[in-house]
Design a protein around this ligand. Structure first.
Ligand code: AHG
Ligand code: MN
Ligand code: MN
Length: 335
C-alpha cells in the first residue's frame, strides 16, 4: 500500500464512490472508532490508570462487572449520544436500552455493543476488545423501544470490533467485505492495513473451551474427538488448538489465518441456548466472518437468520472456516 488510507478516507470513499453508506452512518462509525481509541488508551495505562480490578456491581447476566466494563460502556455512550446519528443504544452492561436524551437530536440508527469483551483477560494483560453492531430503526415506529432492536443479524448495516492487543486493530464491514485498520498512535488515527479479508475454507486449528467437554452434546463431542484423533483418525490430519477466552481475539485470529471457533450449548445451563449473546457478540462476528467467506451457525441454523426475542438473548456459536463449520452442522443434522 503506497499511500496511507485513513479510516476517515476509507469511509468517505465508501460513501462517495460506492454509495454504500449514508453520511449519518459514516459519522456513527467515526464516533465508534474514536471511542475505541479512547478505550485503547485506558487499556494501555493498565495499573497506572486506575482501571484494573472488579467493580462491586453485576450486569443483567449476573456477571460481576470489571471497572473497565463500566468505563468502556460510559465512553461509548458519551461519544455517541450527542451526534444526532442515533435513536438509541443497547449494551451488554445495561439492562435496558439507552434512548438518546431529548436535549440531543435523534438519528435513524440503533447501536449495540459489548463494550469490553474478554473481561477475564483485563487484569492479566491479554488481548481484549469492543464489539459493535449497527441496525436501522424501523421506519414505521414512533419513538424507540426495545422491540425496534429485535431484528435478525442479516439486517445489520455495519458491524465490527476493535481488538486491544499488541496492536489496536479496528475491523469493519458495511456489507462490502471486511477491512482492517491499525491504530497509528503517533498520528492518532486508524490506518487501513488490510482489505478484502478472506477466511480460508479449510483449517487445522480449532478454538473451544475444552474444560467444558463433559458438558457438550454429541455432535460437538464427535467433531472435537475427530480433531484430537489427528492423522490416525478419520480426519487424517493433526489439529492445533487455541483458546484466548476473548471472542474478539479468537475471531481476529480466524479472520487472519483461518480456524473454527465453538461456544456450544452445554449441559451446565440446559435452559440457556449458549453462553454468548446473540445481538452484540454473535451477530456482528457472524456477519464479519460471512463477509470474509466463512460461515456462522448455532449448529443447526445460520446465526444471521435467527429472529431475536429479547435484547440479551444467548446463542450457541460455531463460526469460521466454511468447510469445518459445515461439518459441525452436518453432525447436528445427523442426530
Ligand atoms: P465478556 O467478557 O464480554 O463477558 O465475554 C466473554 C466471552 C467471550 O469473549 C469468550 O469467548 C468467552 O466468554 C470465554 O468464556 P470462558 O470463560 O468459558 O473461556
Ligand atoms: Mn463478550
Ligand atoms: Mn463484555
Amino acid at each position: 500500500m503506497s499511500q496511507k488510507v485513513s479510516l476517515t478516507r476509507y469511509l468517505v470513499e465508501q460513501q462517495r464512490v460506492d454509495g454504500l453508506i449514508p453520511a449519518q452512518l459514516r459519522l456513527l462509525l467515526e464516533v465508534v472508532a474514536r471511542a475505541c481509541k479512547h478505550i485503547s488508551q485506558s487499556v494501555n495505562k493498565g495499573a497506572l490508570g486506575d482501571i484494573l480490578g472488579a467493580a462491586q456491581t453485576e450486569n443483567v447476566q449476573g456477571e460481576l462487572q470489571k471497572r473497565l466494563d463500566i468505563i468502556a460502556n460510559e465512553v461509548l455512550i458519551e461519544a455517541n449520544e450527542w451526534g444526532g446519528h442515533l435513536a438509541a443504544m443497547a449494551s451488554e452492561e445495561m439492562d435496558s436500552i439507552y434512548v438518546v436524551p431529548n436535549r440531543y437530536p435523534q438519528g435513524e440508527y440503533l447501536l449495540l455493543f459489548d463494550p469490553l469483551d474478554g473481561s477475564s483477560n483485563i487484569d492479566v494483560n491479554v488481548s481484549i476488545g469492543t464489539i459493535f453492531s449497527v441496525l436501522k430503526k424501523p421506519d414505521n415506529s414512533a419513538g424507540v423501544s426495545e422491540q425496534d432492536f429485535l431484528q435478525a443479524g442479516a439486517r445489520q448495516v455495519a458491524a465490527g470490533y476493535c481488538v486491544y492487543g499488541p496492536q489496536t486493530t479496528l475491523v469493519l464491514t458495511v456489507g462490502d467485505g471486511v477491512a482492517m485498520f491499525t491504530l497509528d498512535r503517533e498520528q492518532g488515527s486508524f490506518v487501513l492495513t488490510q482489505e478484502h479479508v478472506r477466511v480460508p475454507a479449510d483449517t487445522k486449528e480449532f478454538a473451544i473451551n475444552m474444560s467444558n467437554m463433559r458438558h457438550w452434546d454429541e455432535p460437538v463431542r464427535r467433531y472435537i474427538d475427530e480433531c484430537l484423533a489427528g492423522q490416525e483418525g478419520p480426519r487424517g490430519k493433526d489439529f492445533n488448538m487455541r483458546w484466548v477466552a476473548s471472542m474478539v481475539a479468537d475471531v481476529h485470529r480466524i479472520l487472519t489465518r483461518g480456524g473454527i471457533f465453538l461456544y456450544p450449548w452445554d449441559k451446565r445451563e440446559p435452559n440457556k441456548p449458549g453462553k454468548l449473546r446473540l445481538m452484540y457478540e454473535a451477530n456482528p462476528m457472524s456477519w464479519l466472518i460471512e463477509q470474509a467467506g466463512g460461515a456462522a451457525t448455532n449448529g443447526r441454523e445460520r446465526i444471521l437468520d435467527l429472529q431475536p426475542t429479547k435484547l440479551h438473548e444467548r446463542v450457541s456459536v460455531v463460526l469460521g472456516s466454511k468447510n469445518e463449520v459445515e461439518r459441525v452442522t452436518s453432525y447436528y443434522a445427523a442426530l
